[in-house]
Ligand binder design. Structure first.
Ligand SMILES: C[S@@+](CC[C@H](N)C(=O)[O-])C[C@H]1O[C@@H](n2cnc3c(N)ncnc32)[C@H](O)[C@@H]1O
Length: 223
């Protein structure tokens, strides 16, 4: 992650590539003088284009496989995008694509400082966009949003700001919370139940890392 561009260097934002057809992608590649085999299937072409952009901003994927995965798929989600939980190591993510970042801790310099579990969150994030086509909600549950009531409130608030045709990516670690000796593990069925209870639909597991972090990603839709 150290080789990510410095925050001053805003020379390239990777545009959101979702919903772009092959012709539009080829146009982007040509504008940027990227050489990509035009015979590739749409999904493969899109991925190659993403890698070319990544190269252009000297973006380097982290060494943790699950994070590398996250960093590769973020630009595939539609905008406006809301990114929950901001950190030193995510500070360049807004160069991968346009996003509005949120954190409870103003010291990490999010676009919006607010508590995701509180009503205030809904009001504040709606001031930027009436609704969001995607929410990237990774690592907040288990890293501050810990007890069932907080989890329910946070997920319900996410649903309130997600567009009707919006999608949320939810990531967490299937292990006891950091620093907790009791078993606080939220299993995959437990998280699916939380999401179902909050009203999310099409809840699908898309990534299950069998490494020390036990990172899981689920996607789900509003309707
Ligand atoms: C492990 S980091 C995850 C950062 C990032 N989302 C990622 O993909 O790695 C957890 C972040 O969530 C924030 N957080 C925890 N509880 C929160 C809450 N109730 N509201 C907003 N942010 C919260 C913490 O301040 C911390 O910066």
């Amino acid at each position: 992650m150290n080789s990510l561009p410095k925050s001053k260097n805003k020379t390239c934002n990777i545009p959101c590539l979702t919903k772009k057809n092959k012709r539009e992608l080829i146009k982007l590649a040509n504008e940027n003088k990227f050489k990509i085999d035009e015979k590739l299937k749409l999904a493969d072409y899109k991925f190659q284009l993403l890698l070319k952009y990544a190269n252009k901003v000297k973006f380097s994927y982290s060494n943790i496989k699950s994070r590398e995965y996250l960093e590769k798929i973020i630009p595939c989600f539609p905008e406006p995008m809301l990114f929950l939980g901001w950190a030193k190591y995510t500070e360049n993510y807004n160069k991968i694509c346009e996003m509005v970042s949120v954190d409870i801790n103003k010291k990490v310099n999010p676009d919006i400082t607010t508590d995701i579990t509180k009503v205030d969150f809904v009001e504040k994030v709606k001031q930027r966009h009436k609704s969001y086509k995607s929410i990237i909600n990774n690592g907040t549950i288990g890293w501050g949003i810990n007890d069932p009531k907080q989890i329910n409130n946070a997920l319900q608030n996410c649903k309130k700001v997600l567009a009707n045709d919006g999608v949320m990516l939810l990531g967490w670690n299937v292990k006891a919370y950091e620093g907790h000796s009791e078993d606080t593990t939220i299993t995959i069925p437990m998280m699916k139940k939380y999401l179902k209870n909050a009203g999310f639909k099409n809840i699908k597991l898309i990534y299950n890392a069998k490494d020390e972090w036990k990172q899981i990603y689920i996607i789900c839709t509003n309707k």
